[in-house]
Design a binder for this molecule. Structure first.
Ligand SMILES: [Zn+2]
Length: 93
């Protein structure tokens, strides 16, 4: 019998879980690189968003403001959010 190795998944950036939040779609790419890309939906208006983040140390709690509704879209633990772009939500609907 062949034992298949489980795929190694990159560790996502640590999200704060102080506040209970309903499930929010989020996908983090390139988290092992100096600039990581984070796809997610706005917490308030569900606009699809892409943020490029400087993942160097030290990291801190950064609130990303949604360019569509102007409210806090998500809270990321990162050094700096370089840019936030509206995108069609990868999760559809
Ligand atoms: Zn929004």
């Amino acid at each position: 019998m062949d034992q298949q190795k489980p795929l190694q998944k990159p560790k996502p950036l640590k999200l704060q879980d102080q506040e209970p939040k309903p499930c929010q779609h989020i996908r983090i790419l390139d988290c092992d690189k100096p600039v990581s890309r984070i796809f997610y939906e706005c917490y308030h208006c569900f606009q699809g968003l892409l943020s490029e983040c400087d993942s160097s140390q030290p990291v801190r709690d950064v609130e990303v403001v949604c360019p569509t509704c102007g409210k806090s879209a998500i809270r990321l633990v990162t050094n700096k959010v370089i840019s936030t772009t509206s995108i069609p939500s990868p999760w559809g609907d």
